[in-house]
Design a protein around this ligand. Sequence first.
Ligand SMILES: N[C@@H](Cc1c[nH]c[nH+]1)C(=O)O
Length: 394
Amino acid sequence: MSLAERWLLPDGVKEVLPPQAQQVETARRRLLDLYDSWGYELVMTPLIEHLNSLLVGVGRDLELSTFKVTDQLTGRMMGIRADITQQVARIDANHLSYQGPVRLCYCSTVLHTLPANPLASRNPLQVGAELFGHSGVASDVEIISLMVETLNAMQVNQELSLDLGHVGIYSGLMGEAALNADQEAEYFELLQRKDLPEIGRFLAESDLDERMKRYLAVLPTLHGGREVLQQARECFAGVEQTIIEALDYLDALAEQISQRYPQLDLYFDLSELRGYNYHTGVVFAAYVPAFGQAVAKGGRYDEVGRDFGRARPATGFSADLKTLVGLAATPSKPARKVVRVPAVEDSAALEVVAKLRAQGERVVQLLDSAVVEDAQQFTHQLVQQDDTWVLKSL
Ligand SMILES: N[C@@H](Cc1c[nH]c[nH+]1)C(=O)O
């Protein structure tokens, strides 16, 4: 390995340098304080877990995203978390015995075997909130509101748009179509890409009845404004009642969200399935024009807790904090002083230094008068005048 190679990080693995690292940390504190003010308790989940408990109840996408390693102590397979949501669901199911709503939040690094999209990092800093124990529109409204407030707090709210979908529409259709596992996987994959010609070919070759072919052909075209819900009602009239219920749910949710956030652009996409990992109901994602991917996303996942022995309704959202900081309006420089202190061992000087630091100023004492320290942008220096130490601007 050459010297140059030793400095190279793996593709998609990013480190954060000054001053961005401080911006990320400031943002982390701001968001965790925001969640705290909404009643969300902080949890810290382990970086690594037994593979089978980490992956229970999650879909294939998340399994493929998970790094697997062997435990040197037991020989068992372990997984490094690629998502925190299902870990938090385990905490709600296993450790907390509350029957009523439980609100939890987190901010930690996750690792992805492959980047979620070509520009994404493989070590995002996942920040998010999860709400357990309530099924119904009110908890989804709360979570979507907190997601919007997160983006507001990060000042990435310019021309925010919200995509809404509902996994129940796809799963209702699949229940009726009764495709085999391979066929369903193929249709799912084509649907994610909205590949209409290939979907046409797939349906023509299948032995589904004409009515079901029509439903599966129309699903990927159902995206746009609120009129899409009415269109879907007409297209799917006479199909499973659960589909109509899902459309009603989306309608009610959209109504309340647009009352709370009239400036928010709402968009519906009935084939958005969020990878179909664990979501069971409404799914949502926030977009801003400056960024081609969702800046935050989430949804309802009522079934995950069942695999941990306590099925609880659940909804939540998450985002990559480093992406949010990258999109945030550049924060104005903090108005604090950066003070240079000469290399002296003088108790009066050290007292002033301690006082300035306690006031929140940044104070750097030079290590040696012969050493040049140029990494700091000094704004002031401490100088001795007639036996007292005074601050002079530079
Ligand atoms: N963790 C999910 C989003 C989510 C949070 N809670 C529910 N869903 C994701 O990264 O896509």
